[in-house]
Design a protein around this ligand. Structure first.
Ligand code: IPM
Ligand code: MG
Length: 397
């Protein structure tokens, strides 16, 4: 027992050291990269695992349509990053193999199809999730996830902290015995501040007068307590915005309360709560396959589908029926982030028309609906049609 306690002390001491270093590093301010000045602007595309390559192909068609001229002129360069597959990662026993990380770092923004995350007892070695590693390695601290259901008055923007919380030491837990296991949650002041400030900034820029801060500070007192304390401080710089702290349990309930939910607009929270709440929200919008997710840092940004690689669909031979909407939506968020605002808006409208309003054809994930290719054709037709704006308005009003 004494041995184990000493081992635990050493383990924890090392964690404290690395996390304090990380926190210090965050304090040295880094400038935001200005995409407008880049020539070429390099987009890395990871096709991922399972249904990833199938939905990537469709997404590539959409991007080629939109960026055609700028690709031809050399202003935009696409790079396919082939090594981020579960086979290669498992072989090298690394969440992101070193050469792949170098390739990623040579890009400006990254579009990422779902990658398989191994789990304990599964067929692959239990390496860390590629998403989680990439968010950490590229310091993508903000996970921004919009969910919109206009006909129900829902317009949510979620800001999920993306580099710490329950995730940062998720692979550094401590099993003291067969019976006693520990994991660790870390919140830092600079880590909380940058995500909370981003949420308030977004609210201000978009004339939204409220921000909801979600924690479980009544129980998880030290870390969530710090998150809430930082929220209170940041809020002082935004006197025109009212803010409220909500606990994750009641927040999860109120998100499905039709009377209450339309009042939430900008929601900010630590990592794991954001993971869970955004899946719930995406499901209301039409399933996790319809959501997109932006991972934003000052130097890099990565855009991804919110769902997984769906190995079951591949095993059952249903890959061609996978819904590409989420990755296409992520591509739209990427376009917006790198300054193609108008094009991103068109794509977003087309997606909403096809997945929520007009629904001329439906995709069900099996042969009861259309294939991903057919659905992508539908999105493309809708996007380039001359009556796009008119049509969109007719659904919205
Ligand atoms: C997400 C996913 C990831 C997460 C998984 C794949 C590790 O669920 O992006 O929400 O938990 O963050
Ligand atoms: Mg998730």
């Amino acid at each position: 027992m004494n041995d184990m306690i000493q081992k635990a002390q050493r383990h924890f001491a090392e964690l404290v050291r690395t996390q304090m270093e990380r926190s210090e590093k965050m304090k040295s301010a880094q400038e935001w990269l200005d995409y407008r000045t880049l020539e070429p602007l390099i987009i890395g595309f990871c096709w991922g695992d399972g249904i990833g390559p199938i939905i990537s192909q469709e997404t590539e068609r959409v991007l080629n349509t939109i960026l055609q001229d700028d690709i031809a002129s050399g202003r935009i360069e696409f790079r396919t990053i082939a090594g981020l597959t579960i086979e290669n990662r498992a072989r090298q026993l690394k969440a992101i193999p070193d050469d792949v990380l170098q390739e990623l770092k040579a890009c400006h923004v990254i579009l990422k199809a779902p990658t398989t995350t191994p789990e304990k007892g599964g067929p692959y070695p239990n390496i860390e999730s590629a998403n989680v590693a990439m968010r950490r390695e590229l310091d993508l601290f903000a996970n921004v996830r919009p969910v919109k259901i206009p006909q129900e008055g829902i317009d949510w923007m979620f800001f999920r902290e993306n580099t710490e919380g329950e995730y940062v030491l998720g692979s550094k837990g401590f099993a003291a015995s067969d019976d006693v296991a520990f994991d660790f949650k870390v919140i830092t002041r600079p880590g909380a501040e940058r995500i909370i400030r981003m949420a308030f900034d977004y609210a201000r820029k978009n004339n939204i007068d409220s921000v909801t801060v979600v924690t479980k500070a009544n129980v998880i007192k030290t870390t969530d307590g710090l998150f809430l304390e930082v929220a209170e401080q940041v809020a002082r710089d935004f006197p025109e915005i009212k803010w409220e702290g909500w606990y994750i349990d009641i927040m999860t309930a109120k998100l499905i309360d039709p009377k209450r939910r339309t009042q939430f607009r900008v929601i900010v929270m630590p990592n794991l709560y954001g993971d869970i709440l955004t899946d719930e929200a995406a499901e209301m919008q039409g399933g996790v396959g319809t959501a997109g997710s932006a991972n934003i840092g000052k130097r890099y940004a990565m855009f991804e589908a919110i769902h997984g690689s769906a190995p079951r669909m591949i095993a059952e031979g249903r890959g061609q029926y996978a819904d590409p909407s989420s990755l296409i939506k992520a591509a739209g968020m990427m376009l917006n982030h790198i300054g193609y605002v108008e094009q991103a808006d068109k794509l977003q409208k087309a997606l909403e028309i096809c997945t929520q309003f007009e629904k001329k054809i439906t995709i069900t994930g099996r042969d009861t609906g259309v294939t991903g290719r057919e659905f992508c054709d539908y999105i493309l037709e809708t996007m380039v049609a001359s009556d796009l704006d008119e049509k969109y308005r007719s659904y919205i009003l």
